[in-house]
Design a binder for this molecule. Structure first.
Ligand code: ADP
Ligand code: ASP
Ligand code: MG
Length: 473
């Protein structure tokens, strides 16, 4: 059986964590499985790399040099603890140092120019995975495993939307089949960088924050894996973010559709695009805990299984802004919404949720806070004629709000769920600002003020906990 396994930032974040990863890989090999491994950067490193770019833009040379030194120390520490003195240790130290030196050089270039193009930004943040994968491959070699490090930029061909690139599927498939499958056939254990790809002319891109899950799914699909396992720092996909409500329980099973909604609406445990590459091939997906490997975790599959509760999980997205376009003259005028959404897309923002009042006199949509000023200006520009004719009165922005989403495929056939959700919010004194139901009918999202987040999530989580099936409780 071929298992593609992805280890997240915390799972590779220290020498102890890497030792746990090694034990899991050794266990799978001992059971006779083949494994392909995708790794994230050590926890905190991607943030540090982002910060180093910002420091370089600001001309803070001491700032980026000290970050670079911290990154060097973090990796060297792991190497000293996990690889004994000798040639292997020397060669991996050399490779790590060469990469960190390159990081400094790129920061120097940014410092000189005082600006960073998206392309150089991606080149710099790619170092996290390039470093961690080399260290982990060396640790496995030290243990006598035939591991070999690979940069995913050799395989994942993407478009040139730097910082949020999408794969070009055919070219990616071809490279994985031609270049990586043979290594597996030769019993190599590939240790591959998550998060990164490259344009067809070889410029490094990244797949967006948290993108290593997506990378792993791409490899799982084109290596024809029997299973994709996302190893992380919690026991599985839970009824809500355990950092918001400690009562969160592991869900034994969720469907691809449910997990897609959960991830899209803020459950950080999986990147929203993770299921995309594996749905068609119906590859089994499992989320498991590196630090508690005896727990079975969550299985994610095609079948939508009913659970005892209709609401399976509650998620939230913070730091969101809601834009409302309103005007009495909008009634029956076609195209205003379409043009607004196009202007939003052209301003580089994705819309998280849309809602329209039935009178057609206003509609609202939500985007992340950071994009709000640019999108407001772009929409006002697009609707300038309607605004001057008073067909559109205003484009208003409400910032610091959150989107709360309840997810569960059973909702589709159950009347009254929305009623229960909003009654619960009303009874709890939470003011709901806008509502939308996903087209899959397996989620309901709504907007509340930022200050109400914890209260709203906790009160709805009560509904999810009422009779949920619980693993390992
Ligand atoms: P990794 O570094 O392994 O990719 P992430 O930090 O990206 O891990 O994702 C795991 C984290 O997601 C957990 O520590 C948890 O706090 C958070 N999380 C948010 N919502 C959920 C949820 N519904 N189920 C499980 N974890 C969740
Ligand atoms: N290291 C990247 C990030 O922190 C990708 C990932 O970990 O999935 O966003
Ligand atoms: Mg993650």
């Amino acid at each position: 059986m071929l298992k593609t396994m992805k280890f997240g930032g915390t799972s590779v974040g220290s020498a102890e964590a890497i030792a746990a990863v090694v034990a899991i890989i050794e266990g799978e090999l001992a059971d006779g499985h083949q494994v392909a491994v995708i790794v994230s950067a050590m926890s905190g490193v991607t943030d540090m790399l982002h910060e180093s770019v910002q420091k370089a833009i600001d001309g803070d040379k001491w700032g980026y040099l000290s970050i670079s030194q911290d990154i060097r120390d973090k990796h060297e520490d792991a190497i000293y603890q996990l690889i004994s003195a000798g040639d292997l240790r020397e060669s991996i130290l050399q490779r790590v140092n060469a990469l960190v030196d390159k990081h400094q050089e790129l920061c120097e270039a940014v410092n000189t120019l005082r600006e960073a193009t998206p392309r150089i930004w991606d080149a710099i943040v790619s170092f996290g995975e390039r470093l961690s994968s080399r260290v982990i491959a060396a640790v496995l070699q030290e243990r006598g495993i035939n591991a070999q490090q690979f940069d995913a930029s050799e395989f994942i061909v993407t478009n040139d939307i730097f910082r949020d690139a999408d794969p070009i599927w055919d070219a990616t498939e071809q490279r994985i089949v031609e270049k990586l499958q043979p290594a597996l056939k030769n019993d190599v254990v590939p240790i591959i960088t998550g998060f990164i790809g490259a344009t067809c002319d070889g410029k490094i891109t990244t797949l967006g924050r948290g993108g290593s899950d997506f990378s792993a799914a791409i490899f799982a699909a084109y290596l024809d894996s029997d299973e994709l396992v996302i190893w992380t720092d919690v026991d599985g996909v839970m009824t809500t973010d355990p950092r918001i409500d400690k009562r969160a329980k592991v869900l034994p099973y969720v469907s691809y559709t449910e997990v897609g909604e959960l991830a899209y609406y803020g459950a950080k445990v999986l990147h929203p695009k993770t299921v995309q590459p594996i749905v068609e091939k119906a590859i089994a997906l499992r989320v498991r805990n590196t630090f508690n490997p005896s727990h079975p975790g969550t299985v994610i599959g095609a079948e939508s299984k009913a659970s005892h509760t209709v609401i399976k999980a509650v998620t939230s997205i913070r730091s969101v802004s809601m834009l409302t376009v309103s005007g009495k003259g909008m009634l029956g005028v076609p195209g205003i919404a379409g043009r607004t959404f196009l202007a939003t897309a052209q301003a580089g923002a994705s819309i998280l949720m849309i809602s329209q009042s039935s009178s057609e006199q206003s509609f609202c949509f939500t985007i992340v806070d950071a994009h709000a000023p640019t999108v407001k200006a772009a929409v006002e520009d697009e609707l300038a004629a309607e605004i001057s004719h008073r067909d559109v009165d205003s484009v208003d922005v409400l910032s610091d709000i959150v989107i709360v989403t309840v997810v569960g495929s059973g909702m589709r056939h159950q009347p009254g769920i929305a009623g229960r959700v909003f009654t619960r919010m009303g009874d709890s004194g939470v003011n709901v600002l806008a509502i939308a139901q996903g087209s899959s009918e397996c989620s309901i999202s709504f907007v509340v003020a930022g200050k109400d987040l914890k209260h709203a999530v906790t009160k709805l989580h009560d509904l999810a906990l009422e009779s949920v099936e619980v693993v390992g409780a």
